[in-house]
Design a protein around this ligand. Structure first.
Ligand SMILES: [Zn+2]
Ligand SMILES: [Zn+2]
Length: 373
């Protein structure tokens, strides 16, 4: 029997179930989890922002040891330490062959259904099938996942820190280095300084950005943002953050200027509007946060932002990551001390405390709780 934290319905606490996790099939592996971060997207499933079909094992930011491999698996073997990605890459679909592997169409379908790449499930409670979100399900002692969703790491790297690479780092640092491709000296603003936002900030630092302006409503998060590389902080409770950013960047010949790159890491129309408004003429606004499906932007002037403003507005999914290129890169940067992971972990908890981790997240004080097994 395997203990797993299961989503059983919108707005309910996750339940700890004893489940059976089957052996891996063709091109799948079974991982014995060592650690899993608790990400805001798990809470978004639990509270209904991301609609998913229960019952489903949540958790998608894991690291562990390969327990068993299915037929056709050659790039890892039992005993290997791996970081798990929640974006399976088939390697052959329209997006994969064009280099946008994070948008894999086959992977996206499995993310939505809670199954593996062939659409079937590997987890059961008695006779009932249980899904895994999204194609990972790391709130569990064991998980069966597509073999291309794991990347091997050196055995001396701490898995209770490396697990965070699987979502927060790939998404946040990736949106700075890959999606925006920030150039040295560029000015950057980041709205929202949770686990992903802090990683956008350290991504901007790693890219060699000039001014890095962190914006949040919680002072303790802004303090942490400075540790991760923010040169300025703005508490959005204390006035208009757009005006505050324009004051920091200074005026241009045509009026208030704004930043070269603005990142929205909250997922709300109000902060998306702010991100676009604080982007300078010719600059780029990158949308990282997950919005509610029914949230729309009504106050958008194409004339001001696209014709006069010549702004680029980009969506960012999973930091435009190629996991097989980026996870080894981030492991190296962590080893060198350039990528901060230890500082992201505010609490280490047991699987049974996962609902408390959600409560801490709602309170806005916690960067990341990490479950260790
Ligand atoms: Zn996540
Ligand atoms: Zn694909």
């Amino acid at each position: 029997m395997t203990k797993a934290a299961v989503f059983t319905g919108m707005g309910k606490d996750l339940e700890i179930w004893d489940v059976e996790v089957a052996s891996p099939k063709q091109n799948e592996i079974k991982v014995k989890l060592a650690a899993s971060g608790v990400c805001h997207s798990d809470l978004s499933v639990a509270n209904g922002t991301l609609p998913m079909m229960p019952p489903m094992v949540l958790g998608h930011e894991g690291a562990g040891v390969v327990e068993e491999i299915g037929p056709g698996v050659s790039h890892v073997k039992p005993g290997d330490h791996v970081v798990i990605s929640w974006v399976p890459q088939c390697g052959t679909c329209y997006c994969c062959v064009r280099g946008q592997v994070e948008l894999c169409e086959v992977g996206m379908a499995s993310q939505m259904t809670g199954g593996l790449l062939d659409g079937t499930r590997r987890i059961k409670k008695d006779q009932m099938e249980v899904g895994q979100f999204p194609s990972s399900g790391t709130f569990s002692e064991y998980a069966v996942i597509p073999d291309l969703s794991v990347v091997k790491i050196d055995q001396d790297l701490p898995m209770d820190k490396m697990c965070l690479v699987g979502c927060a780092v790939l998404t946040g640092v990736g949106s700075a280095l890959n999606t925006a491709d920030i150039e040295p000296g560029a000015s950057v603003a980041v709205i929202g300084c949770g686990g992903v936002g802090l990683n956008v900030i350290q991504g901007a630092r790693i890219a060699g950005a000039g001014n890095i302006i962190a914006i949040d409503m919680v002072d303790s998060k802004l303090k942490l943002a400075e540790q991760f590389g923010a040169t300025h902080t703005v508490n959005a409770k204390e006035g208009d953050p757009v005006a505050a950013v324009q004051t920091i960047t200074g005026p241009g010949a045509l009026g208030p200027r704004g930043v070269d790159y603005a990142f929205e890491v909250v997922g709300a129309s109000a902060t998306i509007e702010q991100a676009i408004n604080m982007t300078r003429r010719g600059g780029t606004a990158v949308m990282v946060g997950v919005s509610r499906m029914d949230d729309v932007i009504s106050n958008f002037s194409p004339f001001m932002h696209l014709f006069m403003g010549v702004k680029t507005i980009k969506g960012s999914f999973y930091g435009s990551a190629n996991i097989h290129r980026d996870i080894p890169r981030y492991a190296d940067l962590y080893r060198k001390g350039t990528l901060m992971l230890d500082e992201l972990v505010s609490k280490t908890i047991d699987l049974a405390d996962v609902n408390q981790a959600f409560e801490d997240m709602k309170g806005g004080e916690v960067a990341r709780s990490v479950i260790t097994y």
